[in-house]
Write a protein of this length. Structure first.
Ligand code: CO
Length: 143
């Protein structure tokens, strides 16, 4: 094992049945002014946008179809709900290695996430029921 540790909270993922409606809620109810344009990630089966906040982001995620990994979540939580929490890591491959060495269940292989950097997910059973996304810190320092 190494002294690997998680870095800053990057975002909180929220699954929603209707991304435009969710954006409207953040705009009108909470006054959020900086919300990115939604874009499709067909390989992940989701449509995504970010509510930019001074210290973090909310990632809104809508399933693209019934094959989407978010689809079942929305079936169980029709109004949507908190889906995952994302921490930054320096090196995704080190993170995967360490997570496995420490006995965690890493879901799948590293893949490119919504920020364009590699991500993985750690099973909720390892973290008090919370699905954890680990994301390589963007090299330009942008979030
Ligand atoms: Co995420």
């Amino acid at each position: 094992m190494t002294d690997f540790k998680i870095g800053p909270l990057n975002h909180v993922g929220v699954a929603v049945p209707d991304i435009e409606a969710a954006m409207d809620t953040y705009r009108t109810l909470y006054g959020a002014t900086d919300i990115t344009t939604p874009f499709d990630m067909p390989a992940q089966g989701v449509k995504v946008c970010f509510v930019n906040l001074p210290n973090s982001q909310i990632e809104l995620i809508e399933p693209l179809n019934e094959e989407s990994p978010i689809w079942n979540f929305i079936q169980k939580n029709p109004k949507g709900g908190q889906h995952h929490v994302c921490f930054e890591v320096e090196d995704i491959h080190e993170a995967v290695r360490e997570m496995k060495d420490r006995g965690a269940t890493v879901l799948g292989e590293p893949r490119i996430g919504a920020h364009g950097t590699p991500i993985i997910f750690v099973h909720p059973k390892n973290s008090n029921g919370v699905l954890i996304e680990l994301m390589e810190t963007p090299k330009d320092g942008a979030h």
